[in-house]
Design a protein around this ligand. Structure first.
Ligand SMILES: [Zn+2]
Length: 444
Protein backbone atom coordinates (compact mmCIF):
# COMPACT_ATOMS: atom_id res chain seq x y z
CA UNK A 1 0.00 0.00 0.00
CA UNK A 2 1.33 3.41 -0.89
CA UNK A 3 0.74 6.77 0.78
CA UNK A 4 -0.04 8.38 -2.57
CA UNK A 5 -3.46 7.95 -4.11
CA UNK A 6 -4.25 8.64 -7.74
CA UNK A 7 -7.29 10.84 -7.05
CA UNK A 8 -5.38 13.17 -4.76
CA UNK A 9 -2.54 13.55 -7.20
CA UNK A 10 -4.87 14.59 -10.06
CA UNK A 11 -6.53 17.38 -8.10
CA UNK A 12 -3.32 19.14 -7.11
CA UNK A 13 -1.60 19.17 -10.47
CA UNK A 14 -1.92 21.71 -13.30
CA UNK A 15 -4.73 20.85 -15.69
CA UNK A 16 -2.75 21.62 -18.84
CA UNK A 17 -2.37 18.61 -21.13
CA UNK A 18 1.09 17.17 -20.81
CA UNK A 19 1.77 18.51 -17.32
CA UNK A 20 -0.72 16.22 -15.75
CA UNK A 21 0.88 13.16 -17.25
CA UNK A 22 4.36 14.21 -16.27
CA UNK A 23 3.19 15.24 -12.82
CA UNK A 24 1.54 11.89 -12.42
CA UNK A 25 4.77 10.10 -13.21
CA UNK A 26 6.66 12.40 -10.88
CA UNK A 27 4.07 11.75 -8.18
CA UNK A 28 4.51 8.03 -8.51
CA UNK A 29 8.30 8.38 -8.33
CA UNK A 30 8.06 10.67 -5.32
CA UNK A 31 5.59 8.32 -3.73
CA UNK A 32 7.94 5.41 -4.20
CA UNK A 33 10.78 7.48 -2.79
CA UNK A 34 9.02 8.65 0.37
CA UNK A 35 6.79 5.64 1.08
CA UNK A 36 8.29 3.30 3.67
CA UNK A 37 8.94 0.10 1.76
CA UNK A 38 7.92 -1.93 4.76
CA UNK A 39 4.40 -0.66 4.26
CA UNK A 40 4.08 -3.07 1.35
CA UNK A 41 1.86 -6.07 1.81
CA UNK A 42 3.92 -9.18 2.53
CA UNK A 43 3.42 -12.19 0.32
CA UNK A 44 0.73 -14.27 1.98
CA UNK A 45 -0.87 -11.19 3.57
CA UNK A 46 -1.17 -9.75 7.07
CA UNK A 47 -2.46 -11.20 10.31
CA UNK A 48 -4.08 -8.87 12.82
CA UNK A 49 -3.22 -8.55 16.49
CA UNK A 50 -6.31 -10.60 17.30
CA UNK A 51 -5.11 -13.41 14.98
CA UNK A 52 -1.68 -13.31 16.59
CA UNK A 53 -3.11 -13.26 20.12
CA UNK A 54 -5.14 -16.35 19.42
CA UNK A 55 -2.38 -18.30 17.71
CA UNK A 56 0.46 -17.29 20.02
CA UNK A 57 -1.64 -17.46 23.18
CA UNK A 58 -0.82 -13.85 24.13
CA UNK A 59 -2.28 -12.80 27.47
CA UNK A 60 -0.12 -9.78 28.31
CA UNK A 61 0.85 -6.82 26.10
CA UNK A 62 3.09 -3.86 26.78
CA UNK A 63 2.70 -1.22 24.07
CA UNK A 64 5.71 1.07 23.90
CA UNK A 65 6.68 3.75 21.40
CA UNK A 66 9.24 1.67 19.58
CA UNK A 67 8.44 -1.90 20.57
CA UNK A 68 5.75 -4.25 21.77
CA UNK A 69 6.19 -6.99 24.33
CA UNK A 70 3.74 -9.88 24.13
CA UNK A 71 3.71 -12.51 26.86
CA UNK A 72 1.92 -15.55 28.20
CA UNK A 73 2.75 -17.88 31.07
CA UNK A 74 5.88 -19.25 29.41
CA UNK A 75 6.71 -17.11 26.37
CA UNK A 76 7.98 -13.57 25.76
CA UNK A 77 8.17 -12.01 22.32
CA UNK A 78 9.37 -8.47 21.70
CA UNK A 79 8.79 -6.91 18.28
CA UNK A 80 10.36 -3.63 17.14
CA UNK A 81 8.33 -1.16 15.11
CA UNK A 82 9.21 -1.41 11.43
CA UNK A 83 12.13 -3.76 12.18
CA UNK A 84 12.65 -7.35 11.18
CA UNK A 85 14.67 -8.04 14.31
CA UNK A 86 12.62 -9.51 17.15
CA UNK A 87 13.36 -11.35 20.37
CA UNK A 88 11.68 -14.65 21.11
CA UNK A 89 12.24 -16.02 24.61
CA UNK A 90 15.60 -14.28 24.78
CA UNK A 91 16.74 -15.40 21.31
CA UNK A 92 17.11 -12.97 18.41
CA UNK A 93 14.94 -14.00 15.47
CA UNK A 94 14.75 -12.00 12.25
CA UNK A 95 11.25 -11.82 10.79
CA UNK A 96 10.80 -12.09 7.05
CA UNK A 97 8.74 -8.89 7.08
CA UNK A 98 8.68 -6.17 9.74
CA UNK A 99 5.52 -6.10 11.85
CA UNK A 100 3.89 -2.68 12.04
CA UNK A 101 1.41 -0.74 14.15
CA UNK A 102 1.57 0.47 17.74
CA UNK A 103 -1.87 -0.36 19.16
CA UNK A 104 -3.98 -3.49 19.26
CA UNK A 105 -6.14 -1.99 16.51
CA UNK A 106 -3.31 -1.24 14.11
CA UNK A 107 -0.61 -3.81 14.88
CA UNK A 108 -0.13 -6.56 12.32
CA UNK A 109 2.38 -9.22 11.33
CA UNK A 110 3.01 -11.15 8.10
CA UNK A 111 0.96 -14.36 8.08
CA UNK A 112 4.11 -16.21 7.06
CA UNK A 113 6.01 -15.00 10.12
CA UNK A 114 3.08 -15.83 12.39
CA UNK A 115 3.11 -19.33 10.88
CA UNK A 116 6.81 -19.74 11.63
CA UNK A 117 6.40 -18.49 15.17
CA UNK A 118 3.30 -20.49 16.05
CA UNK A 119 4.23 -23.74 14.28
CA UNK A 120 8.03 -24.03 14.26
CA UNK A 121 9.53 -21.72 16.89
CA UNK A 122 7.24 -21.61 19.92
CA UNK A 123 5.71 -25.09 20.36
CA UNK A 124 7.39 -26.70 23.32
CA UNK A 125 5.92 -30.19 23.34
CA UNK A 126 8.41 -32.87 22.51
CA UNK A 127 8.44 -36.60 22.02
CA UNK A 128 10.15 -38.71 24.64
CA UNK A 129 12.56 -40.19 22.15
CA UNK A 130 14.28 -38.25 19.35
CA UNK A 131 13.52 -39.40 15.83
CA UNK A 132 16.39 -41.32 14.29
CA UNK A 133 17.83 -38.94 11.71
CA UNK A 134 20.59 -39.07 9.15
CA UNK A 135 22.61 -35.86 9.53
CA UNK A 136 24.92 -34.63 6.78
CA UNK A 137 27.66 -32.37 8.16
CA UNK A 138 29.09 -29.90 5.69
CA UNK A 139 32.38 -28.29 6.75
CA UNK A 140 32.56 -25.13 4.64
CA UNK A 141 35.29 -24.39 2.09
CA UNK A 142 38.36 -26.66 1.64
CA UNK A 143 41.38 -27.08 -0.64
CA UNK A 144 42.28 -23.84 -2.43
CA UNK A 145 39.19 -22.21 -0.95
CA UNK A 146 40.46 -21.42 2.54
CA UNK A 147 37.47 -19.27 3.50
CA UNK A 148 37.92 -16.56 6.11
CA UNK A 149 41.35 -16.18 7.70
CA UNK A 150 42.59 -14.92 11.04
CA UNK A 151 46.24 -13.93 10.84
CA UNK A 152 46.92 -13.62 14.57
CA UNK A 153 46.21 -16.13 15.89
CA UNK A 154 46.47 -17.96 12.60
CA UNK A 155 43.26 -19.84 11.78
CA UNK A 156 41.71 -20.63 8.43
CA UNK A 157 37.98 -21.17 8.14
CA UNK A 158 38.41 -24.40 6.15
CA UNK A 159 40.38 -25.93 9.03
CA UNK A 160 38.02 -24.60 11.69
CA UNK A 161 34.92 -25.94 9.94
CA UNK A 162 36.52 -29.36 9.48
CA UNK A 163 37.55 -29.45 13.13
CA UNK A 164 33.99 -28.62 14.16
CA UNK A 165 32.60 -31.38 11.93
CA UNK A 166 35.08 -33.88 13.39
CA UNK A 167 33.99 -32.95 16.91
CA UNK A 168 30.26 -32.78 16.16
CA UNK A 169 30.00 -36.06 14.23
CA UNK A 170 30.93 -38.40 17.12
CA UNK A 171 28.64 -36.46 19.49
CA UNK A 172 25.72 -36.92 17.10
CA UNK A 173 26.51 -40.61 16.73
CA UNK A 174 26.66 -40.96 20.49
CA UNK A 175 23.19 -39.36 20.63
CA UNK A 176 21.92 -42.06 18.26
CA UNK A 177 22.02 -40.27 14.90
CA UNK A 178 23.54 -41.48 11.65
CA UNK A 179 26.20 -39.08 10.38
CA UNK A 180 27.73 -38.42 6.96
CA UNK A 181 30.18 -35.75 5.89
CA UNK A 182 30.51 -33.76 2.67
CA UNK A 183 34.27 -33.79 3.27
CA UNK A 184 36.56 -35.34 5.87
CA UNK A 185 39.83 -33.85 4.67
CA UNK A 186 41.19 -30.73 3.01
CA UNK A 187 39.54 -30.98 -0.41
CA UNK A 188 37.63 -28.47 -2.49
CA UNK A 189 33.96 -29.20 -3.15
CA UNK A 190 31.54 -27.17 -5.21
CA UNK A 191 28.36 -26.01 -3.54
CA UNK A 192 26.31 -28.09 -5.94
CA UNK A 193 28.31 -31.19 -4.96
CA UNK A 194 27.55 -30.47 -1.32
CA UNK A 195 23.84 -29.99 -1.94
CA UNK A 196 23.66 -33.06 -4.21
CA UNK A 197 25.28 -35.21 -1.53
CA UNK A 198 22.27 -34.67 0.74
CA UNK A 199 20.14 -36.42 -1.86
CA UNK A 200 22.71 -39.15 -2.53
CA UNK A 201 23.04 -40.21 1.11
CA UNK A 202 19.31 -39.58 1.76
CA UNK A 203 20.08 -37.13 4.56
CA UNK A 204 17.30 -35.86 6.80
CA UNK A 205 19.27 -32.74 7.71
CA UNK A 206 22.20 -30.74 6.39
CA UNK A 207 24.28 -28.64 8.76
CA UNK A 208 26.81 -26.37 7.07
CA UNK A 209 29.60 -25.24 9.39
CA UNK A 210 31.33 -21.87 8.91
CA UNK A 211 33.21 -19.02 10.54
CA UNK A 212 32.40 -15.40 9.90
CA UNK A 213 34.48 -12.45 8.71
CA UNK A 214 33.73 -8.72 8.55
CA UNK A 215 35.54 -5.57 7.50
CA UNK A 216 34.60 -4.23 10.93
CA UNK A 217 37.05 -6.06 13.19
CA UNK A 218 34.86 -5.34 16.23
CA UNK A 219 32.08 -7.58 14.89
CA UNK A 220 31.62 -10.66 17.09
CA UNK A 221 29.00 -13.27 17.84
CA UNK A 222 27.14 -16.22 16.38
CA UNK A 223 24.34 -16.48 13.87
CA UNK A 224 22.44 -19.25 12.12
CA UNK A 225 20.99 -19.02 8.63
CA UNK A 226 18.02 -20.67 6.98
CA UNK A 227 16.69 -20.00 3.49
CA UNK A 228 13.96 -17.33 3.17
CA UNK A 229 10.55 -18.55 2.07
CA UNK A 230 9.53 -17.89 -1.52
CA UNK A 231 8.45 -14.32 -2.01
CA UNK A 232 10.84 -12.90 0.60
CA UNK A 233 14.36 -11.56 0.42
CA UNK A 234 17.00 -12.29 3.04
CA UNK A 235 17.11 -10.57 6.38
CA UNK A 236 20.51 -8.91 5.80
CA UNK A 237 20.80 -5.14 5.83
CA UNK A 238 20.41 -3.91 2.29
CA UNK A 239 18.31 -6.85 1.08
CA UNK A 240 15.55 -5.70 -1.22
CA UNK A 241 12.41 -5.97 0.80
CA UNK A 242 10.16 -6.84 -2.09
CA UNK A 243 12.39 -9.36 -3.81
CA UNK A 244 10.97 -12.60 -5.13
CA UNK A 245 13.29 -15.56 -4.83
CA UNK A 246 12.55 -19.27 -4.86
CA UNK A 247 12.64 -21.00 -1.51
CA UNK A 248 12.14 -24.69 -0.88
CA UNK A 249 9.57 -26.78 0.88
CA UNK A 250 11.50 -27.30 4.13
CA UNK A 251 11.08 -23.79 5.51
CA UNK A 252 9.33 -24.82 8.73
CA UNK A 253 11.72 -27.68 9.43
CA UNK A 254 14.81 -25.54 8.77
CA UNK A 255 13.36 -22.81 11.00
CA UNK A 256 12.83 -25.32 13.81
CA UNK A 257 16.47 -26.44 13.63
CA UNK A 258 17.87 -22.93 13.16
CA UNK A 259 16.00 -21.68 16.21
CA UNK A 260 17.10 -24.72 18.22
CA UNK A 261 20.76 -23.94 17.43
CA UNK A 262 20.47 -20.25 18.35
CA UNK A 263 18.54 -21.16 21.47
CA UNK A 264 21.23 -23.58 22.65
CA UNK A 265 23.95 -21.00 21.99
CA UNK A 266 22.04 -18.25 23.81
CA UNK A 267 21.14 -20.41 26.78
CA UNK A 268 24.72 -21.36 27.50
CA UNK A 269 26.65 -18.23 26.60
CA UNK A 270 25.27 -15.04 27.99
CA UNK A 271 28.63 -13.34 27.43
CA UNK A 272 28.58 -13.83 23.64
CA UNK A 273 26.69 -11.71 21.08
CA UNK A 274 23.54 -13.32 19.69
CA UNK A 275 23.27 -12.11 16.08
CA UNK A 276 20.16 -14.15 15.59
CA UNK A 277 18.36 -16.62 13.41
CA UNK A 278 18.69 -15.02 9.98
CA UNK A 279 17.62 -15.81 6.44
CA UNK A 280 19.72 -15.76 3.29
CA UNK A 281 19.31 -17.54 -0.02
CA UNK A 282 22.62 -19.40 0.16
CA UNK A 283 23.06 -22.13 -2.38
CA UNK A 284 23.53 -25.02 0.05
CA UNK A 285 20.41 -24.00 1.95
CA UNK A 286 18.23 -23.32 -1.07
CA UNK A 287 19.22 -26.24 -3.28
CA UNK A 288 19.43 -29.00 -0.66
CA UNK A 289 16.61 -31.52 -0.68
CA UNK A 290 16.36 -31.76 3.12
CA UNK A 291 16.02 -29.16 5.90
CA UNK A 292 19.27 -27.23 6.14
CA UNK A 293 20.98 -24.62 8.32
CA UNK A 294 24.26 -22.76 8.06
CA UNK A 295 26.01 -21.89 11.32
CA UNK A 296 28.46 -19.01 11.59
CA UNK A 297 30.14 -19.83 14.89
CA UNK A 298 32.07 -16.59 15.32
CA UNK A 299 34.25 -13.98 13.62
CA UNK A 300 37.77 -14.78 12.49
CA UNK A 301 38.17 -11.06 11.77
CA UNK A 302 38.09 -10.39 15.52
CA UNK A 303 41.35 -11.60 17.03
CA UNK A 304 39.82 -12.13 20.46
CA UNK A 305 37.01 -14.30 19.17
CA UNK A 306 39.37 -16.12 16.78
CA UNK A 307 41.58 -16.96 19.76
CA UNK A 308 38.63 -18.48 21.58
CA UNK A 309 37.53 -20.42 18.50
CA UNK A 310 40.97 -21.97 18.23
CA UNK A 311 40.69 -23.57 21.67
CA UNK A 312 39.75 -27.25 21.80
CA UNK A 313 37.47 -26.68 24.80
CA UNK A 314 35.58 -23.95 22.91
CA UNK A 315 35.15 -26.17 19.87
CA UNK A 316 34.05 -29.16 21.94
CA UNK A 317 31.53 -27.08 23.90
CA UNK A 318 30.03 -25.60 20.74
CA UNK A 319 29.86 -28.98 19.02
CA UNK A 320 27.93 -30.26 22.04
CA UNK A 321 25.50 -27.32 21.79
CA UNK A 322 24.79 -28.11 18.14
CA UNK A 323 24.34 -31.80 18.97
CA UNK A 324 21.87 -30.82 21.71
CA UNK A 325 20.01 -28.64 19.19
CA UNK A 326 19.72 -31.59 16.78
CA UNK A 327 18.33 -33.74 19.60
CA UNK A 328 15.81 -31.04 20.44
CA UNK A 329 14.84 -30.85 16.76
CA UNK A 330 14.54 -34.63 16.53
CA UNK A 331 12.08 -34.66 19.43
CA UNK A 332 9.84 -32.07 17.77
CA UNK A 333 10.08 -32.85 14.09
CA UNK A 334 7.28 -35.41 13.84
CA UNK A 335 4.76 -33.06 15.44
CA UNK A 336 5.90 -30.25 13.15
CA UNK A 337 5.76 -32.45 10.03
CA UNK A 338 2.15 -33.27 10.87
CA UNK A 339 1.20 -29.66 11.59
CA UNK A 340 2.64 -28.21 8.37
CA UNK A 341 1.97 -31.04 5.89
CA UNK A 342 -0.51 -29.01 3.84
CA UNK A 343 1.55 -25.85 3.88
CA UNK A 344 4.64 -27.80 2.88
CA UNK A 345 2.85 -29.32 -0.09
CA UNK A 346 1.65 -25.86 -1.15
CA UNK A 347 5.23 -24.57 -0.89
CA UNK A 348 6.49 -27.49 -2.97
CA UNK A 349 4.01 -26.80 -5.76
CA UNK A 350 4.67 -23.06 -5.75
CA UNK A 351 8.43 -23.55 -5.86
CA UNK A 352 8.29 -26.13 -8.61
CA UNK A 353 6.12 -23.83 -10.70
CA UNK A 354 8.52 -20.94 -10.14
CA UNK A 355 11.62 -22.97 -10.92
CA UNK A 356 10.08 -24.44 -14.05
CA UNK A 357 9.24 -20.96 -15.23
CA UNK A 358 12.71 -19.66 -14.52
CA UNK A 359 14.34 -22.66 -16.24
CA UNK A 360 12.18 -21.96 -19.28
CA UNK A 361 13.26 -18.34 -19.30
CA UNK A 362 16.92 -19.28 -18.93
CA UNK A 363 16.66 -21.76 -21.81
CA UNK A 364 15.09 -19.07 -23.98
CA UNK A 365 17.87 -16.66 -23.05
CA UNK A 366 20.51 -19.28 -23.85
CA UNK A 367 18.95 -19.93 -27.26
CA UNK A 368 18.77 -16.23 -27.93
CA UNK A 369 22.40 -15.89 -26.83
CA UNK A 370 23.50 -18.57 -29.29
CA UNK A 371 21.70 -16.80 -32.12
CA UNK A 372 23.26 -13.53 -31.09
CA UNK A 373 26.79 -14.98 -31.34
CA UNK A 374 26.27 -15.72 -35.07
CA UNK A 375 27.71 -13.04 -37.41
CA UNK A 376 25.12 -10.34 -37.88
CA UNK A 377 24.25 -9.38 -41.44
CA UNK A 378 23.16 -5.91 -40.48
CA UNK A 379 25.13 -3.86 -37.98
CA UNK A 380 23.01 -2.45 -35.18
CA UNK A 381 23.53 0.29 -32.62
CA UNK A 382 24.33 -2.33 -29.99
CA UNK A 383 27.06 -4.00 -32.00
CA UNK A 384 24.87 -6.75 -33.44
CA UNK A 385 23.69 -8.04 -30.03
CA UNK A 386 20.07 -7.28 -29.25
CA UNK A 387 19.84 -4.85 -26.34
CA UNK A 388 17.68 -7.14 -24.23
CA UNK A 389 20.46 -9.76 -24.15
CA UNK A 390 22.71 -7.32 -22.38
CA UNK A 391 20.60 -7.66 -19.21
CA UNK A 392 22.90 -7.96 -16.19
CA UNK A 393 21.81 -11.38 -15.01
CA UNK A 394 23.74 -14.57 -15.64
CA UNK A 395 22.26 -17.64 -17.25
CA UNK A 396 22.97 -20.07 -14.43
CA UNK A 397 20.04 -20.22 -12.03
CA UNK A 398 20.19 -18.13 -8.86
CA UNK A 399 23.92 -17.41 -8.66
CA UNK A 400 25.31 -14.56 -6.62
CA UNK A 401 28.77 -13.48 -5.59
CA UNK A 402 28.19 -14.46 -1.99
CA UNK A 403 30.74 -16.73 -0.38
CA UNK A 404 28.14 -19.38 0.31
CA UNK A 405 26.73 -19.30 -3.18
CA UNK A 406 27.65 -21.21 -6.30
CA UNK A 407 29.88 -19.22 -8.66
CA UNK A 408 28.23 -18.07 -11.87
CA UNK A 409 28.95 -19.93 -15.12
CA UNK A 410 31.22 -17.06 -16.18
CA UNK A 411 34.09 -16.05 -13.89
CA UNK A 412 32.90 -13.23 -11.64
CA UNK A 413 34.68 -9.87 -11.71
CA UNK A 414 37.50 -9.42 -9.16
CA UNK A 415 36.14 -8.90 -5.68
CA UNK A 416 36.94 -5.62 -3.92
CA UNK A 417 39.38 -6.20 -1.07
CA UNK A 418 37.15 -4.68 1.61
CA UNK A 419 34.03 -6.71 0.85
CA UNK A 420 32.39 -7.94 4.01
CA UNK A 421 32.08 -11.66 3.89
CA UNK A 422 28.73 -13.20 3.85
CA UNK A 423 26.53 -11.87 6.55
CA UNK A 424 25.22 -8.35 6.34
CA UNK A 425 25.59 -7.19 2.80
CA UNK A 426 23.42 -7.70 -0.26
CA UNK A 427 25.76 -8.37 -3.17
CA UNK A 428 25.20 -6.22 -6.23
CA UNK A 429 24.69 -9.23 -8.45
CA UNK A 430 21.90 -10.41 -6.18
CA UNK A 431 20.35 -6.97 -6.39
CA UNK A 432 20.34 -7.10 -10.17
CA UNK A 433 18.93 -10.62 -10.13
CA UNK A 434 16.19 -9.50 -7.83
CA UNK A 435 15.24 -6.74 -10.24
CA UNK A 436 14.94 -9.41 -12.88
CA UNK A 437 12.90 -11.72 -10.66
CA UNK A 438 10.57 -8.91 -9.75
CA UNK A 439 9.80 -8.28 -13.40
CA UNK A 440 9.14 -11.97 -13.84
CA UNK A 441 6.93 -12.32 -10.83
CA UNK A 442 3.27 -12.21 -11.84
CA UNK A 443 2.24 -11.32 -8.29
CA UNK A 444 4.10 -8.01 -8.33
ZN1 LIG B 1 32.27 -19.74 5.09
Amino acid sequence: MCCFRRGERGTTLPKRPGWRGRGGTLGVLLGLAVCPLWAQTPKGGWATFQDASRRLGIIGCVWEDTSQLFTNATQRIRFQNGQKRAEVNGVTVWMNHPPEGVTSNTWRIAVRDLDFLSLAILPDTEAEKPKNLHVLLDPGHGGMDVGAVSEAPFLQEKAFSLAMANRLGPLLEKAGFTVSYTRTNDVALSLSQRAAMAKTVKADLLISLHANHAANTKAVGFETYVVPPSGYSGTANGSRRNAWRPGNNNDFQSTLLGFAVQRQFCASQTNRVDRGLKRASYYVLRETSCPAVLIEFGFLSNSGEAGEMLAETWQEAHAQLVADAVTRYAKRIEALDGAVAEKREADRKANEAWRAKLAQRNAAKRDAGQVATQPSKRPSSSGGVPQRLAAPFPLAPFPSNDDHDEPAAQPPPPRPVAVERGTNTAPLVVGRLIDFYMKENPDK
